[in-house]
Write a protein that binds this ligand. Structure first.
Ligand SMILES: NC(=O)c1ccc[n+]([C@@H]2O[C@H](COP(=O)([O-])OP(=O)(O)OC[C@H]3O[C@@H](n4cnc5c(N)ncnc54)[C@H](OP(=O)(O)O)[C@@H]3O)[C@@H](O)[C@H]2O)c1
Length: 159
């Protein structure tokens, strides 16, 4: 299974969220996110699920919560480790981790790839993508948009 961390981050400060939503309104970026996850498995935190869950085009949704319960259209699990186990068990070929902050933090050490949209301009917020070491990642491909630059990174093989 390929594990991919996907996020839109402020290009200067790695902001990802503000007041329970996104700091920006960039429909092209959001559409691109929905295209990437289409048909695959997505893992996300309970708050992000409450914000974005209705929109998702993924085939399977695994929601992290410390109070697992019945949720329409999703499996809930109490740890990131169990989220990975469930994704493997249901035969996911690609699994995307789609936030928020602490879920990205846990996923970074496990991920095979990072799909980051660097949003242009200055945005403030209250939720941030974790710092990561660029030395661990190589740029595989990029795509330039008026409002953001998309960069796909692959994990660099350990020498
Ligand atoms: N720019 C982007 O690409 C992007 C992507 C996603 C989200 N966001 C933004 O990020 C913000 C939301 O993110 P957030 O960091 O505040 O919240 P979040 O990660 O979406 O959700 C946090 C919740 O997830 C559960 N959780 C997290 N880690 C867990 C673990 N290891 N085990 C069990 N449960 C766990 C807990 O739920 P319980 O409280 O139920 O126990 C926790 O309260 C919003 O502003 C949103 O717009 C931005």
């Amino acid at each position: 299974m390929e594990l991919i961390v996907i996020a839109a981050v402020g290009c200067g400060n790695r902001v990802i969220g503000r007041d329970g939503g996104l700091p920006w309104n960039i429909p092209d970026e959001y559409q691109q996110f929905l295209e990437h996850i289409r048909g695959h498995t997505v893992i996300m935190g309970r708050i992000s699920w409450e914000i974005f869950g209705e929109d998702l085009t993924s085939a399977r949704h695994i929601v992290l919560t410390r109070n697992p319960r019945k949720v329409r259209n999703a499996i809930t699990v109490p740890s990131f480790e169990q989220a990975l186990e469930r994704a493997e068990a249901i035969g996911s070929r690609r699994t995307f981790v789609a936030g928020g902050a602490s879920v990205y933090e846990e996923a970074l050490s496990e991920a095979d790839a990072l799909y980051l949209s660097y949003v242009k301009g200055e945005y403030s917020g209250d939720t941030f993508f974790p710092d990561f070491d660029p030395a661990d990642w190589s740029v595989e491909w990029t795509r330039e948009h008026p409002a953001f630059e998309f960069v796909a990174y692959g994990r660099r093989a350990v020498a």
